[in-house]
Ligand binder design. Structure first.
Ligand code: ADP
Ligand code: ADP
Ligand code: ZN
Ligand code: ZN
Length: 823
């Protein structure tokens, strides 16, 4: 393919990826280009699915000829020709779960420098040999603590959890971790046979026996005489200690509920050997300016800069002396500290000073993780590269957006191109060029409405983006409802919230605002959610979460919880983690579809029930892919990837199932319909029609019914959850909690979403959302603004009241932006 670099444009011809309609577009290089349009219009299909995918394909081909076959299996972007395309780096808000072992330090590669600093310039105990840099990493064989293998924690059963009530006897169920029913009775007989009193209170048993019952690995076989001797023969029963039983369940049980029950007896405790740092003991004896590397990893980035600066500022470095105990003032120390300080400063500029290097990447918000990657790229020294970014403004308070734009400008200034999928109009205004897709979503989108400098978009009547950008859209509705009571929370402490007191109004919509790290998510999605959940006795939504983080919430007093009869969290977490779950299965709309198919004369004749039409059931599904539609391709050096199933070509079903038709379509063809199309097709099926209506109301008419959960964006997942809620239309008083519901949404979609949320409030419910979008904040009835800054400098209520009241508060970082929007 000719590489046309004579002009400064990337030329795309005939792009048809997903919904793109034979798109021809020329996009400038060395510029910041914003890709805009309503959700589902095709922005990602063009920026990621076409431009980035093609750049990546060319890269693979150039580095590894064997990859050619792989690339064909992965699918080549549907485009006739692209010229002038430089290599690309994607900075996506990654949806998959990052590894628990990666941290802020490893993501940014700052950990490497810090380890080098400890290796080369640390203060060692007298006579101790210098350690290699790897010895300071818990992720290497050289550095990992021998006891916990670098994890820093140990997971094991705990006596308190396994025996919650020591006044009970074994017969009364003292050992909560043992199985119930027959197995439990069996174990009791065995214990009795071993000569231990099963009717004495647990605490009166000998300590040695208690330990043995709970923890032993021995499994004696005992001749058991059944307790109720209706039968007169005995049998040999095998003893399992409580720990052995829990471990056995976790290792072998396929039942989610059994595993969940077993997890309740497990606690993770910091490893006693390394104090939770994951490092080997001799690495923890090395210090720099009096601190171990573990202590430095725990400093906030703001503190880290203060800690390293005195060394970075030394003008006269001592000669490097490899034999000296301390190398603090050596040339190598000065150089490394200077480098570290410069790189950490970029993170401070991006408003991330509240993070620490040791913070696990699993606890970062997608926006935080993306900003870390952006900052890391600044230092990579690449030029002539296209960075493709996914909504860099997501999760950003307006006050944090300006520094991010400065960093993006610097990336551009060093000779790179930036292709940014973005909704935030303030960021779009700063772009050099805008490619606007539309006019609608899905089938109704996929055309380039405009490609050119931002100002020209004003002249494009069909562009919804233009209408919003140039103020042709009515301001959002204001409500100003009066609270019907309050939830009072006193003395909350968690993360950076310290003894916080806050009041949340009932039966209105409240927006919780504040800069990144101020404590919004901690307050709403952890403290508030957990208090209400516990009060209602609802099960934790995600069993995994409950395992990872046994939420300890410190709170002095709460009143008002009794007004809620239900808690609903509408978050951006995926609706499923495998391609087996999709929109139709999640909303249970598919149940209605399967019944329709089972009720057709042909199905009844063959005896096909509704189960036959599930791609998760053996009879009906394609055997090659087990109903997954894809097969996994494992490749050396590359993450596993999917290829379409060679047997059913993605249909998921076997041929006999596909012979059954309803109104001329088989079940796979129904899964291929968009919500809009299905609304027509299934108009006579009330249970399905109801779901479809609510899905359209939240702006998801363009999604296909069978679109796998793994292909949905966080914003789409969230709106599916919301639609599922709306279709239930229950009475009572629910508390709805939403974490940045507008992330990933075009202003036009935000308006749709707000209408639905206000409908919930009008029906008597309470809505609390964490939010940055100013239109959303001013449409709320009440605002709680946290701050004034992130981390230890935040965690306080800076302002609270109606949007108009908060807009007038002096110390609030949000106030000036609100005031400007309300003016
Ligand atoms: P945007 O980025 O503007 O929100 P997308 O490019 O993600 O839009 O989607 C455009 C259209 O392509 C939508 O109709 C969407 O449902 C569809 N689509 C997105 N991803 C896939 C996929 N992996 N397979 C098939 N269709 C897809
Ligand atoms: P916001 O939602 O306003 O961005 P968060 O509630 O996420 O703020 O964070 C508030 C403070 O708590 C920050 O200092 C952050 O670093 C800290 N924090 C948040 N989550 C965790 C966690 N899982 N572990 C440790 N600290 C955390
Ligand atoms: Zn350890
Ligand atoms: Zn198949």
């Amino acid at each position: 393919m000719p590489h046309d670099s004579s002009d400064h444009f990337v030329h795309v011809r005939g792009a048809t990826e997903h919904n793109l309609r034979n798109v021809d577009v020329d996009v400038p290089r060395d510029a910041m280009v914003a890709f805009t349009g309503v959700s589902g219009s095709g922005k990602s299909s063009l920026a990621f699915g076409t431009l980035y995918a093609e750049a990546q394909r060319r890269y693979f081909e150039s580095v590894a000829p064997y990859a050619r076959r792989l690339v064909q299996q992965m699918g080549v972007p549907h485009v006739q020709e692209i010229t002038g395309l430089p290599p690309a780096v994607a900075l996506q808000q990654r949806r998959g779960a990052p590894s628990a072992r990666s941290t802020v330090g490893t993501l940014t590669t700052l950990s490497n420098l810090l380890r080098m600093l400890y290796s080369r310039a640390g203060t060692y105990p007298r006579g101790a040999p210098r350690l290699a840099a790897e010895a300071f990493s818990p992720n290497t064989v050289a550095g990992a603590c021998p006891r916990c293998h670098g994890l820093g924690v140990e997971h094991d059963v705990s006596e308190e959890l396994m025996v919650p009530d020591t006044s009970l006897s074994i017969r009364e169920g003292a050992i909560a971790a043992w199985p119930g029913a027959w197995q439990g009775a069996n174990l009791r007989s065995i214990v009795s046979g071993l000569g231990i009193d099963v009717d004495a209170p647990w605490r009166s048993l000998k300590a040695k026996d208690r330990r043995w019952l709970l923890f032993t690995d021995e499994q004696p076989k005992v001749l058991v005489k059944p307790e109720r001797d209706r039968v007169d023969y005995g049998y040999h029963g095998t003893f399992w200690s409580a720990r052995a039983h829990v471990h056995h369940v976790l290792a072998t049980s396929k039942s989610a509920s059994m595993r969940e029950k077993a997890m309740r007896f497990i606690r993770s405790v910091p490893c006693p050997e390394c104090g939770g740092t994951g490092l080997r003991p001799d690495a923890l004896k090395v210090t720099f300016r009096g601190l171990t590397i573990a202590a430095v990893n725990a400093l906030s980035l703001t503190e880290l800069v203060e800690f390293l600066r005195p060394v970075a500022d030394l003008s006269e470095a001592a000669a490097a002396t490899a034999t000296a105990d301390s190398g603090e003032a050596t040339e190598v120390a000065v150089r490394l500290c200077t480098d570290l300080v410069a790189r950490v400063r970029v993170l401070l500029d991006l408003g991330l000073g509240y993070l620490s290097l040791g913070r696990s990447s699993t606890t970062l918000s997608p926006g935080e993780a993306q900003r870390l990657r952006v900052a890391t790229q600044l230092r990579s020294g690449l030029f002539g590269v296209v960075y493709v970014l996914d909504e860099p403004s997501a999760g950003l308070h307006p006050a944090d957006a300006a520094p991010l734009l400065d960093v993006l400008d610097r990336l551009k200034g060093s000779g790179n191109s930036l292709f940014v999928v973005e909704h935030d109009l303030d960021i779009v205004r700063r772009a050099d060029w805008v490619v606007d897709l539309g006019p609608g979503a899905g089938e109704n989108g996929g055309q380039v409405l405009y490609s050119g400098p931002v100002a020209g978009l004003e002249q494009v009547p069909a562009s919804v983006t233009g209408a919003h950008l140039f103020g042709r859209v009515a301001a959002p509705e204001r409500h100003q409802r009066v609270p019907q009571g309050w939830l009072h929370l006193r003395g909350i402490s968690r993360h950076n919230l310290v003894d916080l007191t806050v009041d949340v109004p009932l039966c209105v919509m409240t927006a919780v605002t504040g800069v990144s790290g101020s404590g919004k998510s901690t307050l709403v999605t952890q403290v508030l959610a957990e208090l209400v959940r516990r009060h209602l006795g609802q099960a934790p939504e995600d069993a995994e979460d409950a395992e990872v983080d046994e939420l300890e919430i410190d709170v002095d007093g709460v009143t008002g919880l009794e007004s809620f009869d239900r808690l609903v969290r509408v978050d951006q977490r995926p609706i499923g983690r495998t391609p087996r779950s999709n929109l139709a299965t999640y909303t249970s709309l598919f149940d209605a579809v399967r019944k329709v198919y089972a009720a057709t004369p042909a199905a009844r004749e063959r005896g096909y029930g509704p189960g036959r039409f599930s791609f998760n059931v053996a009879e009906g599904r394609c055997e090659t892919c087990q109903g997954e539609s894809f097969v996994t391709v494992e490749l050396l050096f590359l993450p596993g990837t999917y290829a379409p199933c060679p047997t059913c070509h993605g249909a998921r079903y076997n041929e006999t199932t596909l012979e059954i038709e309803y109104r001329g379509k088989n079940v796979a063809e129904v899964l291929a319909l968009s919500v809009d199309e299905a609304a027509d097709f299934l108009a006579d099926v009330p249970a399905a029609a109801r779901s479809l209506t609510t899905l359209r109301e939240v702006g998801l008419g363009y999604l296909r019914l069978g679109q796998p959960a793994t292909e949905l964006s966080g914003g789409e997942a969230q709106r599916i959850k919301l639609a599922t809620e709306l279709q239930r239309a229950r009475r009572g008083h629910a508390l709805y909690l939403l974490d940045e519901p507008t992330a990933g949404l075009h202003p036009a979609d935000i308006a749709l979403l707000l209408r639905q949320l206000h409908r919930l409030v009008d029906a008597g419910n309470t809505v609390v959302l964490v939010e940055h979008d100013l239109d959303t904040v001013i449409s709320a009835d009440w605002v709680i603004d946290l701050g004034p800054r992130g981390g230890d400098e935040g965690g306080r209520v800076v302002a609270t009241g109606t949007p108009d009241q908060v807009a007038r508060v002096d110390d609030s970082a949000t106030a000036p932006f609100l005031a400007a929007r309300l003016a």
